[in-house]
Design a protein around this ligand. Structure first.
Ligand code: NBG
Length: 808
């Protein structure tokens, strides 16, 4: 764009913006509120998206290409406005125009709510997949739930987590379009009758409770292209607002009761991460979005394919993201047989050939098992179908594969009066995959061992990835500009091109700029910390960061106990000097997860002790930042020196925070778990610091009933001291941490915290040494950026498209 065109564009934008502000506020421009400024900007951008959105749909209809629909109970999309503006390539114009109007761009962007429609990695991964697919121009759409309340807002009060409801829709949400004319009915409860009509067994569903499912569509814009895909979120509403007969009889509460009962289904996101909580309402949610989504997809498909479903599985792929949407199997069977009149055999062929499944965890407490009674009551027809799928499958195991009864029992979908949802998903899909190499191996050899023996061809592996647009290009603009200036912009859509950066590994002037960018990002985070926590941190200290959900297996406890030990060490050796360290934590604990909340309390107690002790001369500071979410992550990742990825080996399926940190040049301090293993392979042993038990060692201890934590305790004076401090009043009279003490010593430390302690402390010391060699540290950091190509979700999506959905 030449100078005068650019000027034109700025002026045009200014005029449009002023006009829009006046339209949305009904006030003149100078009187409008900050929120009006945000609303107006969002509307202008949505208008731009709108026409591209319509064009993309038309194109997909004209050039038939296999479509993928991703079913997930969580989509953690983050704020959208900045991402839209950047993807439309108008950031420069918008920013300049806004500043010339005397307004502040960043402040306006900050008015946007961050929709918390997910718990953590699982939901965020789905958002990355949506963005990458749109950027690659592929027909790929999300299907999920329009929660009225997302994940709670976390406050830290007196060192403890306090949950506040998240009302993200309070001021409306400008990026969604409600489409009431595409609503469908989802049926719960009721009775099933069947009869032979013209020799065909026909099912009648009566006395059910109908719920209206209304879709809201959110545009998913590709980066620097014209593709706009959709994320469709379903909201539950009563079929009729009002029960008129009750109202007329003066029973006003009864008249509206069914309205709130219907709406309850999509009121709230369950706040558990990696934990099954078998509530009836959750089962309703699962069936609700599965049924609504599939009904619409099949209706639409028929409209464009002469009502014929024969080719369905060649043109449509339905992806089951973890087991929450596993009812896709039986629900598809129901629609194809009961609504479309297909035979069992035809319906089964289409179902299995259309469905694919990704497992995201091997933690036993996370695996979904629904009581048969609950399913029978809530979804009687679906239960009948599951029973029949199970019966036919077990027969096949017996007859075709010759399995004995105990082998068969292990593979059954219905076990001990419960529906094993992972088994259901495997049986109904033609592809099953894990999310990192180690995780897929554990699936093949442990979790789904029996299935792997009979269906080896179904098993795949795709290592997760994250979108570099959100986690580098738009959030670390300093680094983005330096990379652009050094190797051009191709890397933005082909992250492997970052390898070219290695030619600067010995370049002093590049290093100086690179280090300056990291420092600027750290200053930015330090300012944020100062605003939100009563502590000032030194931007020249090592920023050692662990941000993720709080969970025992992720071992924030190991990190916290090591800080306490380091503090003891400094106290005992007043002469000792270390590189100043700032340990930063953030993450939410599920409200019902007592132990995780104790870990938060401990971290805050340690922060209080350490930050207020002048005798250690500011050599360590500890910060717990409240309310970790996507937006806060975007400030944190670019500022990190160390990325803590210290889960007990074998427990973290992949991890994706590890990739976000890596892309921003942080060095992983991690166990050989999940995708850390692949990060290790990509950057080489010299550019990562690993420690701890291997997954095989953990598994072998577990098989023999665990290790003896008391023996480690007895032989290690430093561990004895920190354990004692948990219960001796070190943190003030009321701050005992008895349950943590007991879990580590009395209950044998199931997550191997004490077992890995020494190895972790050594790794930390090693980092301290490395940081003191700036040239070496720079090379390590740069290697992490340069070799992050493999961890782009563009690569992950291409793997899925080629090997799993077979769309390319
Ligand atoms: C999580 C795993 C992570 C993984 C994400 C995305 C669940 C059930 N699983 O390790 O714990 O990175 O899924 O695959 O939330």
């Amino acid at each position: 764009m030449n100078k005068s065109e650019r000027f034109e564009a700025i002026e045009t934008f200014k005029n449009a913006y002023i006009q829009k502000i006046e339209e949305v506020s009904g006030e003149c421009f100078s009187e409008a509120s900050l929120f009006n400024q945000y609303e107006a900007l969002a509307e202008i951008i949505m208008e731009k998206n709108g026409s591209l959105w319509a064009k993309t749909s038309k194109q997909y209809d004209e050039i038939p290409h296999k479509r993928v629909y991703l079913f997930s109970i969580e989509f953690l999309i983050g704020r959208l406005l900045k991402a839209f503006i950047n993807s439309l390539e108008i950031e420069d114009i918008v920013k300049t125009a806004i500043s010339e109007l005397g307004l502040d761009y960043e402040t306006i962007l900050n008015k946007e709510a961050d929709p918390g429609l997910g718990n953590g990695g699982l939901g965020r991964l789905m958002a990355c997949f949506l963005e990458s697919s749109a950027t690659l121009g592929l027909p790929f759409h999300g299907n999920g739930i329009h929660y009225q309340h997302g994940l709670f807002e976390q406050k830290i009060i007196n060192g403890e987590q306090v949950e506040v409801a998240d009302n993200w829709l309070r001021h409306g949400y400008p990026f969604e379009i409600r489409k009431p004319n595409e609503s469908v009915i989802v049926k719960f409860y009721g009775d099933i009758h069947y009869d032979k009509i013209d020799g065909v067994l026909t099912f009648f569903y009566e006395n059910y409770e109908p719920i209206l499912a209304v879709p809201y569509d959110i545009p998913i814009k590709g980066y620097h292209n014209k593709t706009v895909n959709s994320l469709r979120l379903w909201s539950a509403e009563p079929v009729e607002d009002f029960d008129l007969p009750s109202f007329n009889q003066g029973q006003f509460m009864d008249a509206v009761r069914h309205k709130s009962e219907a709406e309850a289904i999509t009121q709230i996101l369950y706040p558990n991460d990696n934990k099954f909580d078998g509530k009836l309402l959750r089962l309703k949610q699962e069936y609700f979005f599965v049924s609504a989504g599939l009904q619409r997809i099949i209706t639409r498909y028929k409209r464009y394919n002469n009502k014929c479903l024969d080719e369905f599985s060649n043109k449509i792929c339905i992806h089951i993201n973890d087991t929450h949407p596993a009812l896709c199997g039986p629900e598809m069977m129901r629609i194809l047989m009961d609504d479309e009149g297909l035979s069992w055999m035809d319906a089964w062929r289409i179902t299995v050939n259309s469905l694919t499944f990704t497992n995201h965890t091997v933690l036993p407490e996370a695996l979904e098992k629904w009581p048969v009674d609950m399913l029978k009551l809530l979804l009687p027809r679906i239960y009948m179908i599951i029973e029949e799928i199970n019966r036919q499958f077990l027969d096949k195991l017996r007859i075709k594969y010759g399995l004995n009864e105990s082998e068969i029992a292990a593979l059954a979908i219905i076990q001990d009066e419960q529906i094993n949802m992972a088994n259901l998903a495997v049986v109904c899909s033609h592809s099953v995959n894990g999310v990192a190499a180690l995780h897929s191996k554990i699936l093949r050899e442990e979790t789904f061992r029996g299935y792997y023996q009979i269906f080896p061809e179904r098993f795949n592996s795709v290592t997760n990835g994250v979108t570099p647009r959100r986690f580098l290009i738009n959030s670390n603009t300093g680094l983005r500009d330096l990379i652009d200036a050094s190797i051009g912009t191709e890397w933005q859509s082909d992250l492997f091109a970052l390898e070219e950066l290695m030619k600067y590994a010995e370049d002093a002037s590049f290093m100086e700029k690179y280090d300056q960018i990291k420092l600027t990002n750290k200053i930015h985070l330090a300012d944020y910390i100062k605003k939100h926590n009563p502590v000032t941190v030194n931007p020249n200290s090592i920023f050692d960061i662990q941000v993720k959900r709080i969970h025992e297996y992720k071992r924030q406890l190991l990190n916290a106990l090591h800080i306490l030990d380091l503090y003891n060490h400094l106290k005992e050796n007043p002469q000792m000097e270390i590189v100043p360290h700032t340990f930063i934590f953030a993450g939410k604990a599920a409200p019902g997860y007592y132990f995780a909340k104790e870990i938060i309390r401990l971290i805050n107690a340690i922060a209080d002790l350490v930050n207020n002790d002048a005798s250690i001369k500011d050599q360590i500071k500890v910060v717990f930042l409240a309310n970790f979410n996507v937006t806060l992550g975007e400030i944190i990742y670019p500022a990190a020196n160390i990325s803590e990825q210290i889960s007990t080996a074998g427990k973290e399926a992949s991890g994706t925070g590890n990739m976000k940190f890596m892309m921003n040049g942080a060095i992983t301090l991690g166990t050989m778990d999940g995708a850390n293993i692949e990060i290790h392979e990509a950057v080489g042993d010299e550019n990562i610091v690993t420690f701890g038990l291997s997954s095989d060692e953990v598994a072998s201890f577990e098989k023999s009933g665990g290790y003896r934590s008391f023996e480690v305790f007895e032989n290690n004076a430093r561990i004895q001291k920190i354990m004692q401090q948990l219960i001796d009043g070190t943190f003030g009279n009321f701050s005992h941490f008895q349950s943590i003490y007991d879990s580590l010593l009395l209950y044998n430390d199931s997550y191997f915290v004490l077992k890995d302690f020494d190895s972790y402390a050594n790794a930390q010391r090693h980092i301290n040494d490395l940081y003191q060699c700036p040239d070496q540290w720079f090379r390590m950091s740069l290697s992490n950026v340069a070799y992050s190509g493999l961890f782009s979700s563009d690569r992950a999506i291409l793997d899925y498209q080629k090997n799993i959905w077979k769309t390319l």
